[in-house]
Design a protein around this ligand. Structure first.
Ligand code: URA
Length: 192
């Protein structure tokens, strides 16, 4: 796929490539700075996102915004937020492999256009689809992976953290690791 932003967004709005289109209210394309250094990738829209057409606007989204603020980031400013799926799976079930596969070219094209320095995969579904692995989040945290040559870090999904408060400390450690990783990706001016 080689579409630019405007035709890409139009293609997603009109998409009927998988059965999820039948029950959606709105497609959820993604939001933020189209030249962001940071790309956060979630799983798929929930009810709030399906209603509003924007990713992470429900309870999990509030936590994601707080996680961003904790590392001095803000939705829309040097940050882009997207999902593996552009349409809501009924009852918030996990994406079927076929749905994720059909939707993948959209996210891939977004990533090509954004050209982020670092991708943060939020949760197992995002990580599994981006890295083509079946590992657990626990098994993928704390290392820098690669998605088509772009560094990628895995952390817990905010919705999981809302149910598992004890793991918030691990997510905080992951965010600190991401900040250090990002700093290491920027060579010091004039330095080696
Ligand atoms: N969970 C996700 O993975 N993405 C959203 O946009 C909202 C909730």
């Amino acid at each position: 796929m080689s579409l630019d932003w405007v035709p890409l967004k139009a293609r997603v709005v009109a998409c009927t490539d998988c059965p999820l289109h039948a029950k959606r209210n709105k497609t959820v394309f993604g939001v933020g700075d189209e030249h962001a250094d940071w790309l956060f990738v979630g799983e798929g829209p929930g009810a709030d996102e399906d209603a509003q057409g924007e990713p992470f606007v429900g309870q999990a989204g509030k936590l994601l915004d707080n996680m961003l603020a904790a590392i001095q980031l803000k939705r829309g400013t040097n940050v882009y937020i997207a999902n593996i799926l552009k349409c809501r799976p009924p009852g918030n079930r996990n994406p079927e492999p076929r749905e994720a596969l059909q939707c993948e070219p959209y996210l891939h094209r977004q990533i090509e256009l954004i050209h982020p320095k670092l991708i943060i995969a939020l949760g197992k579904v995002a990580a599994a689809n981006l890295l083509a692995t079946d590992s657990s989040v626990a098994g993928m945290r704390g290392r820098v992976h690669q998605y088509r040559g772009i560094p990628l870090i895995v952390t817990y999904h905010p919705a999981y953290l809302l149910r598992n408060l004890a793991d918030k400390a691990k997510a905080w450690a992951d965010l600190c690791f991401a900040v250090r990783t990002m700093a290491g990706l920027d060579p010091p001016p004039g330095g080696t």
